[in-house]
Ligand binder design. Structure first.
Ligand SMILES: Cc1cc2nc3c(=O)[nH]c(=O)nc-3n(C[C@H](O)[C@H](O)[C@H](O)COP(=O)(O)OP(=O)(O)OC[C@H]3O[C@@H](n4cnc5c(N)ncnc54)[C@H](O)[C@@H]3O)c2cc1C
Length: 398
């Protein structure tokens, strides 16, 4: 593994320059943490989108444990809490509505999940870095590493010289492509996703989330937003099979496939606004053994792209962003001969990433099992876990 021998620049009187490619969850968390921990460091973000609002941010994110603590460390908890919904229960059932597993909130901070709109999280993080430059319309394509600087390269033929380069451009990261060169893996699953601007009272919508598992290996994931209900129908299809479908055709498929499922799914499906409908293929990559190339570092989905069936990607991205910023703050605070030694962090990102990628892949497979026998074994496992959880819950309530 290449060892980083770059000296920090602070001792020379020059501020360290850090270029961040991608202003998503990991890039913004890193920048917000740098703003707080090392405000003199020169951090600049380069984002492919034309503006902070040019793309619909869609779904909400469940933040738990360490991501919640990251938000607290950045002093953003109160701002975000205003819009967050605390998840009190996550129910998994079959397509007839028989409950297989209920995961109630335990009250332990580490296990508590807060659901926030992706848009709100980005907005809050952007608010925390109002004086950090963000260059929009800059799609990164790669980098060149010289002895004294890194040259980040962009689609518009511009290039930027920086001391460190942080790759935060998500699952299709061109920088990861250059560092590792691996292909993404299609998991055989695509979701048709939409929002229904309707009000429905149903016990399954009370706790926060429910997921229903279909006999044919499909699934429905559903939750209530403040002004709508979000529904995601995941189905086994060949890669790109739904790419050319219009939103109306996608919605028809979703409605037909789930019309005989338990309430409130058919009613939510009928209420979906076609203008919100998209198809989203699920991908990941094999866990990597390195996330650095000298002064180039991958974090977030660029380091560990995974499918969302464990709800861990954004949580990991935020933790990566904070930990990397702590390392840089430490570097800046140390004497002139100090150098960034990111080996321990690299091991940490690699090891957490490996666990999360594989757990998410296993969950995707388990939820979307197509063979009747596998489904029976899975459901029996869920029911057993449910009994154990209820006993433990009742005992702790006494
Ligand atoms: C449907 C769904 C539900 C999810 N639910 C959860 C959940 O409940 N909990 C959870 O923890 N995670 C969840 N995730 C995962 C989570 O969204 C990601 O893991 C997280 O957004 C990763 O953050 P990131 O900063 O690495 O990438 P992103 O947030 O994807 O940000 C990447 C940024 O880089 C920009 N970009 C892309 N390419 C370039 C380029 N070439 N040059 C410059 N900029 C570029 C993009 O425009 C974007 O702004 C979910 C994901 C999906 C798809």
């Amino acid at each position: 593994m290449p060892r980083d021998t770059t000296r920090r620049k602070c001792g020379t009187g020059e501020a360290l320059r850090i270029g961040v490619v991608g202003a998503g969850i990991s890039g913004l968390t890193f920048a917000a943490a740098m703003r707080r921990l090392s405000p003199a460091t020169n951090v600049e973000l380069y984002e492919r989108d034309e503006s902070a609002t040019s793309r619909r941010q869609g779904y909400s994110l469940g933040l738990k444990g360490d991501a919640g603590l990251t938000v607290k460390t950045l002093d953003l908890y109160d701002l975000l809490a205003k819009e967050a919904i605390t998840i009190t229960n996550f129910v998994i059932c079959d397509q007839r509505g028989a409950r297989l597993l209920e995961l109630p909130a335990t009250g332990r901070v580490k296990r508590l999940t807060q659901r926030v709109r992706r848009q709100s999280l980005r907005h809050t993080l952007l608010g925390a870095i109002s004086d950090t430059p963000i260059h929009f319309g800059m799609a990164g394509t790669g980098y060149r590493q010289n002895s004294d600087a890194i040259e980040a390269q962009f689609m518009n033929r511009q290039s930027v010289r920086t001391d460190y380069l942080i790759a935060c451009e998500g699952v299709a990261s061109p920088i990861r492509q250059q560092v590792i060169g691996d292909a993404k893996r299609y998991l055989g699953l695509t979701a048709i996703v939409g929002d229904a601007p309707i009000k429905i009272e149903h016990s399954l919508l009370e706790g926060g989330y429910f997921m229903s598992l279909g006999d044919d290996g499909s699934s429905v994931f559903c939750y209530r937003e403040t002004d709508s209900i979000h529904l995601s129908y995941t189905v086994h299809v060949a890669e790109d099979a739904l790419r050319t479908h219009t939103p109306a055709a996608l919605l028809r498929r979703l409605q037909q496939a789930t019309q005989a499922w338990h309430a409130p799914i058919p009613a939510v499906a009928i209420g979906i606004d076609p203008s919100t409908v998209v198809a989203r293929g699920y991908y990941d990559k094999e866990p990597t053994t390195r996330v650095r190339d000298g002064r180039v570092c991958l974090i977030g989905d660029a380091a560990h792209p995974m499918c969302p069936f464990q709800g861990q990607g954004a949580n990991m991205a935020m933790v990566d962003g904070l930990k990397l910023a702590q390392l840089f703050a430490d570097l800046v605070a140390r004497p002139a001969e100090a150098e960034l030694n990111a080996e321990a962090l690299e091991r940490d990102i690699v090891s957490r990433g490996r666990k999360a990628v594989l757990a998410s892949r296993r969950a995707a497979k388990q939820f979307h099992a197509t063979h009747r026998f596998s489904q029976r074994v899975r459901n029996a496992g869920f029911r057993f876990s449910n009994t154990v959880i209820k006993i433990v819950h009742n005992m702790s309530a006494v």
